[in-house]
Ligand binder design. Structure first.
Ligand code: ADP
Length: 502
């Protein structure tokens, strides 16, 4: 059986469980109950490794969005939730983390069936991260304090602030890290005392569905967590325009982010947006080329490049340029593509045929415009949605492959001659995006100076990954606001100022 190669004995049982779950009847989770969509619609999802139909899923439309918003609003008026002590909210989140941990192998198998990622990554990165995010945010539930404020007006005052939950939150997530993104959204919202309506991507609804079963078992009050599976243009758009929704948090494309912002304007919803990126990776002359090669390859090829802050533009000092490009190209050419369940798979498929053709199209356009393909020319199995990881040199800033977010394993490599940090930063900043930046150097002064001048929400020096404590978000067209850390939970609260004349 596929999967047995990676998953040892207890985990084979998990794969069987995941398959049984995939085949079960999926519904919407609204107001603490599993319900059919009002018009009975369903849609199919596909296994990206084979293209075959995977599951039939309930399709929420406008009327179901109305029902979910009504249920969430009732939860925000129900003292069982609104008066729940912070420590009790923390316990619920910790219980959810424990439940996720207890079922982590099954969730990992489910994520790989649905998204295609190597099951090892699903288990040891996506699941591990989701569990940590729940525990981290559980910790915040008991620490959402206001301040006392010293006032200067005439008279004597006692003034203070309190942080209240923002209310009903619609949370719309993409397909590249389905569970990790869903949990990154629900954990701080629930810790802050909000009620949520989660809409996973239509391509990858399965781990969110399984998560809703855990939520139901753990005993959150009815309507605190609701799940709508369905399409962006219908269920998603209905939520973002809904007058009963107080806040929208979204991770996805910049284009859809703009639509969401417009829809949210009607009732001035609070909005947090995590959008696209075109992250620069900068290798200074003092860097160890071997580490830079490994880091640069990881930055662009992880998750088949379907990462918002994938390091898609590589700037290397000319001293190391040939060596680094050859090194990354060698890794790309040697990468084993295949099912996420095969033990030796290093890169899974991309999410869909549309995405595969889009990514290949960018590479083709780059070559037609004069770029040189240094890796990525090999043929790959076309029964699934595979893309050969590609490395291009000789691009220029007008080319789409260099300018636009590709969301695939495609790297543009450029060299620079002088160590003029302002010029390097200016080139790295020459993009409408500003999500991440990576620097490889041991020169402290250069690292800190670049960190100051790079216009990016996250600057990493010599590696480093995601952490629930580290704020994550974008400058410029990469988004609004931050997730994770103190800022991430604050974004689910409103500040109320209370001033009392004594
Ligand atoms: P991608 O381009 O990476 O597929 P999208 O930004 O299109 O990402 O989708 C991310 C999420 O946004 C998905 O859950 C999708 O259903 C949802 N979505 C797409 N269009 C809209 C829309 N107009 N309104 C609300 N949500 C949408």
């Amino acid at each position: 059986m596929a999967g047995a190669a990676v998953l040892d004995r207890p985990e084979v049982a998990s794969l069987d469980k995941a398959r049984a779950f995939v085949a079960s009847r999926h519904q919407l989770f609204i107001g603490g109950r599993w319900v059919e969509p009002l018009d009975g619609a369903r849609f199919a999802t596909h296994d990206p490794a084979s293209g075959a139909e995977l599951a039939q899923v309930a399709e929420a439309r406008e009327a179901d969005a109305d029902a979910a918003v009504a249920a969430a609003r009732r939860a925000m008026e129900n003292s069982e939730w609104t008066d729940m002590k912070p420590a009790a909210r923390a316990r619920l989140l910790n219980r959810l983390a424990d439940a996720l941990e207890a079922n982590a192998d099954e969730f990992a198998a489910l994520e790989t069936l649905d998204n295609g990622m190597p099951v090892r990554d699903a288990r040891f990165f996506h699941l591990a991260h989701a569990i940590e995010v729940l525990r981290y945010n559980a910790g915040w539930a008991t620490k959402l304090n206001g301040e006392t404020i010293a006032l200067s007006g005439m008279g004597t005052w006692h003034a203070y602030t309190v942080r209240e939950p923002v209310g009903v939150v619609a949370q719309i997530v993409p397909w590249n890290a389905p569970l990790a993104m869903a949990v990154a959204k629900i954990a701080p919202a629930l810790a802050a005392g909000c009620a949520v309506i989660l809409k996973p991507a239509e391509e990858t609804p399965l781990t969110a569905l399984r998560l809703a079963h855990l939520v139901a078992e753990i005993g959150f009050p009815d309507g605190v967590f609701n799940l709508l599976t369905g399409f962006g243009e219908t269920a998603g758009a209905a939520l973002t325009a809904h007058p009963g929704v107080d806040k929208v948090t979204f991770t996805g494309s910049t284009e859809v982010g703009r639509l969401i912002l417009r829809a949210a304007a009607a009732n001035f919803k609070r909005v947090t947006l995590e959008l696209g990126g075109k992250t620069p990776v900068i290798v200074l002359p003092d860097a160890d080329p071997a580490r830079a090669i490994e880091g640069a390859a990881r930055a662009i090829f992880t998750n088949a490049g379907q990462v918002c802050n994938a390091g898609s533009r590589l700037f290397v000092h000319e001293r190391h340029f040939d060596q680094v490009v050859e090194g990354v190209a060698r890794i790309a050419e040697g990468m084993k593509l295949g099912s996420g369940f095969d033990a030796d798979t290093q890169m899974g498929p991309v999410i869909s045929d549309i995405q595969r053709d889009r990514v290949r199209g960018y590479v083709r356009q780059g070559i037609e415009a004069g770029a040189t393909l240094r890796a990525g020319g090999r043929a790959v199995d076309d029964s699934g949605f595979f893309v050969a990881p590609a490395v291009l040199t000789g691009t220029d800033p007008t080319m789409s492959v260099r300018r636009e977010e590709i969301f695939g394993p495609v790297l543009c490599a450029m060299s620079f001659a002088d160590v003029d940090l302002d010029r390097i930063a200016a080139e790295a900043n020459a993009t409408e995006y500003g999500l991440g930046a990576v620097i490889w150097t041991n020169d402290l002064s250069a690292a800190h100076r670049l960190a100051r001048t790079l216009k990016a929400g996250t600057v990493r020096v010599n590696g480093g990954g995601l952490d629930p404590a580290l704020p994550f978000g974008g400058f410029k067209q990469s988004g609004w606001g931050r997730e994770n850390g103190r800022e991430g939970i604050d974004a689910y609260t409103e500040t109320k100022a209370v001033a009392m004349a004594l």
